[in-house]
Design a protein around this ligand. Structure first.
Ligand code: URA
Length: 208
């Protein structure tokens, strides 16, 4: 069996384990665990916050409105989807009711820590060359509770206790919610993701 096939099998085993996750209470009100998706040997791992309403139903990360914007931008800047592994810091949809709708509710630190187990396993198996944190939750999950997107945005940083260098940027949902600033925020996300693309094209700039 090739190294990639082995990694793929191991990752599948982790995915199966995660399907029964009870590490925190979020599973109680979510439809299913939404595990990461993509190449098991992807050079670029994108980490979002948590699945949204659409992702919860479909069981796949970033297939709702934020995912559409993200994929649109990646296509625009020439990042091939086949080079990606896409996942979330938290694997269950956290929501609160608003009328008949389910509204996103931000995961708390305990929930982020509980789910860290799965994110670390994904990192250990995929071993990407670069990790992109999309928004505050992913940034805190990988860089610590005090880490702030505003302070770290748009550059590749080394993180203690993490093999892979990390680039922090805003979440595509923040662009969708930005109102008058939507154009400006989109441009920020585009330029940060272009930095990630360029870092991968010049692998000497990365540690491995
Ligand atoms: N937002 C996220 O952070 N992740 C998803 O999968 C969808 C929306």
């Amino acid at each position: 069996m090739t190294a990639v096939a082995t990694r793929s099998r191991e990752l599948e085993a982790v995915r199966r384990d995660a399907a029964d996750c009870r590490r925190c209470d979020l599973y109680r009100h979510a439809t299913q665990t939404v595990f990461g998706e993509g190449r098991p040997d992807a050079p670029l791992m994108l980490v979002g916050e948590q699945p949204g309403d659409v992702e919860d139903e479909e069981g796949r990360p970033f297939v709702g409105p934020a995912g559409l914007l993200l994929r649109e931008i990646l296509t625009e800047i020439g990042v091939d989807e086949r080079r990606l592994y896409v996942t979330n810091a938290v694997k269950h949809f956290k929501w609160k009711p608003k009328g008949a709708r389910r509204i996103h509710d931000k995961p708390n630190w305990t929930e982020i820590r509980a789910c860290d187990h799965w994110l670390r396993l994904e990192l250990a198996h995929v071993r990407p060359k670069l990790v992109v944190c999309l928004g505050a939750t992913a940034t805190q999950a990988l860089l610590g509770r005090e880490a702030r997107v505003t302070a770290l945005r748009g550059r590749v940083v080394d993180v203690p206790e993490l093999e892979e260098p990390v680039l922090v940027t805003i979440h595509p949902s923040a662009v969708l919610r930005a109102g008058d600033r939507r154009h400006e925020m989109r441009a920020q996300l585009v330029s940060d993701l272009a930095i990630a693309r360029d870092a991968l094209r010049a692998p000497d700039a990365l540690r491995h």
